[in-house]
Design a protein around this ligand. Structure first.
Ligand SMILES: [Zn+2]
Ligand SMILES: [Zn+2]
Length: 224
């Protein structure tokens, strides 16, 4: 089997268990060298958004979000958004290499299960992205997980984020809309995104979900 990222042959030492196992042997999809370039988030981090930092106190960004909303959110991020992850996202999303979903699917699915929510809601992509890319990168990473696709994405604002000042970014108009919000009443909802950057996306989504009557909203992203 070839590594999905560098095409080198992936080797695996077979244990007796593998040889006796009647089913298909599970081969790693990525070689050890490629895998070692990703950095899992562990150690001291912001307890609200998983931002790696020297102490486990709530970071400035999260304090700002808490001052803007009446409710609270807890976000778990699994990996650092380092060069390897940026490169991965570029190939997966922008080159549209759908095979690459297999690299992080088991890790993200395991994290989603551990967070045991009533409903798992993926952050949607716009209709335009769906047309050009052909898939939603978040749902691609969640194969096998029952999803509640109650969020839809509105067409993006034409002004690039970088052209806006801080205040305008915070005031950015709601990008999502809800479909069938009644199903969210009284539920513990898990929002899933690929990358958490400013938190703007997740907070917009969470605001709608809380507004529809969810009791708890938590979120998870592959990278931060
Ligand atoms: Zn490799
Ligand atoms: Zn934080």
């Amino acid at each position: 089997m070839q590594c999905l990222l560098c095409n080198r042959l992936v080797t695996k030492r077979l244990a007796i268990r593998d040889l006796l196992w009647p089913g298909k042997i599970e081969w790693p999809v990525v070689c050890e060298e490629c895998w070692s370039r990703f950095t899992a988030i562990h150690g001291p981090a912001c307890p609200v958004c998983s931002a790696p930092q020297s102490t486990a106190t709530i970071c400035r960004e999260c304090r700002r979000w808490r001052s803007l909303y009446q409710w609270q959110l807890r976000h778990t991020a699994l990996y650092r958004y380092n060069e390897a992850m940026k490169d991965f996202m570029h190939r997966y999303k922008f080159n549209g290499d759908y095979r690459l979903r297999a690299v992080f699917q088991p890790t993200l699915v395991a994290a989603v299960k551990k967070l045991s929510a009533d409903l798992v809601v993926p952050i949607p992509v716009t209709a335009t992205t769906m047309q050009t890319r052909g898939f939603n990168q978040v749902t691609g990473l969640l194969t096998g997980v029952p999803l509640t696709t109650c969020l839809t994405a509105r067409v993006k604002d034409k002004t690039a984020q970088s052209k806006k000042n801080r205040h305008e970014r915070l005031q950015a108009p709601q990008r999502f809309a809800l479909v069938d919000p009644a199903q969210l009443v009284g539920k513990r909802v898990l929002l899933v995104d690929d990358v958490y950057t400013t938190g703007r996306t997740i907070y917009h989504a969470a605001n709608l979900v809380y507004g529809a009557g969810a009791t708890t909203v938590i979120s998870v992203s592959l990278a931060r």
